[in-house]
Design a protein around this ligand. Structure first.
Ligand code: NAI
Ligand code: MN
Ligand code: ZN
Length: 339
């Protein structure tokens, strides 16, 4: 089989590898579609501190089970599945309280273990979530990015009375807009970015207001519209954003951080305690695949509004370069793996 392998930083090859055999409790997935994410590019460029090389990248993928390992029901062969990349031990403290996404021995497919940019991938059977017939392939491949939004929103339980402010209209900001508007029916969603094209996508995803904070003061805009955000999600992840969010937030608001910056960020405690703000973080997803599959079955979210390009996996280098260089026109870029 062919696999997309990052041999070492900045060296990507399409390698011939033996088709893997599933171990006990695993299934083998014949991959059909995969999505490119910022973290794939970071591993490729050597900017992911968790990555080990060589590595088959890809943690957003969909395919069909073509064989199963010992102990797995053979009737699963032929099932269409989306794969949860989060592999957890099941018995540590975070696992015991329903947070496998921060398992003390967390393994993420495509980061710590070979992932889905490959003709075949072996994964734990319980990570392969069956996709109902009504959900098309290109929606199924988008389950993982929407689980990030499901995790963010699951932390804060949005209501119809909330006013949400989202920083960043990349894939993560846009999945969050869709979840807030279409699943939780949040009253007002404001999103800010510096890229006009991305703000247009945010409008199509349901945002009520889009603000280019490279051109306009976010503070002035919110003041003029008399909007006090009760939810703020940082999906842009610059360390300077937290203090601004604390300043802009309504009393009793909740703020969700998604960033992995290692740079210090300076904040004034008074603003947090004075308004009794709740500051959350969100990493990957905790058992959110069935939640998002349900959203898809019920037509609540529309992944097509994020997909801008599709490439055959032979052109993966072009696909990643375009994804990295053209944020104006790229949002989710998919790879197809058909023979
Ligand atoms: P992206 O890079 O495509 O989008 C970020 C957007 O933020 C860009 O459109 C950029 O123009 C905008 N931006 C940057 N600085 C800004 C500022 N000061 N104000 C307003 N907008 C600003 O990235 P993507 O894929 O949407 O991911 C967003 C972030 O979330 C990344 O930092 C990524 O590392 C992180 N992430 C976190 C996850 C988690 O589970 N915690 C999962 C996936 C991504
Ligand atoms: Mn991703
Ligand atoms: Zn664990």
């Amino acid at each position: 089989m062919k696999s997309v392998v990052i041999e070492k930083p900045n060296t990507l090859v399409i390698a011939e590898r033996p088709v893997p055999e599933p171990a006990a409790g695993e299934v083998r997935v014949k991959v059909k579609l995969a999505g490119i994410c910022g973290s794939d590019s970071h591993i490729y460029r050597g900017h992911n501190p968790f990555a080990q090389y060589p590595r088959v990248i890809g943690h957003e993928f969909f395919g069909v089970i073509d064989t199963v390992g010992e102990g797995v029901d053979r009737s699963r062969i032929g099932e269409r599945v989306s794969v949860d990349p989060v592999i957890s031990c099941g018995h540590c403290y975070p696992c015991s309280i329903g947070k496998p996404n921060v398992c003390t021995s967390l393994v993420v497919l495509g980061v710590h273990r070979d992932g889905g940019f490959s003709e075949y991938a072996v994964v734990p059977a319980k990570n392969a979530w069956p996709i109902p017939d009504a959900v098309p392939d290109e929606h199924a491949v988008m389950v993982e990015p929407f689980t990030i939004a499901a995790n963010v929103t699951g932390r804060i339980k949005p209501t119809e009375n909330d006013i949400a402010l989202i920083y960043g209209a990349g894939p993560m900001g846009l999945t969050t807009v869709q979840a807030l508007k279409r699943v939780y029916k949040v009253k007002t969603v404001v999103i800010t970015d510096r890229i006009e094209e991305r703000l247009s996508m945010a409008k199509r995803c349901g945002a009520d207001w889009v603000i280019n904070n490279g051109q306009q003061s976010l503070h002035d805009f919110l003041a003029e519209k008399e909007l006090k955000p009760t939810i703020i999600v940082d999906a842009a992840c610059h360390p300077s954003i937290l203090q601004e969010a604390i300043t802009l937030a309504s009393p009793a608001a909740r703020i969700v951080l998604m960033g992995f910056s290692s740079e210090p960020c300076q904040i004034v405690q008074q603003g947090i305690t004075g308004k009794e703000l709740s500051i959350y973080s969100s990493r990957l997803n905790a058992n959110k695949f069935p939640v998002v599959i349900d959203w898809l079955v019920n037509g609540l979210i529309n992944p097509n509004q994020l997909i801008t390009h599709t490439f055959d996996y032979h052109h993966v280098t072009d696909a990643i370069e375009l994804f990295e260089k053209d944020q104006q026109h790229c949002c989710k870029v998919l790879l197809t793996f058909t023979e």
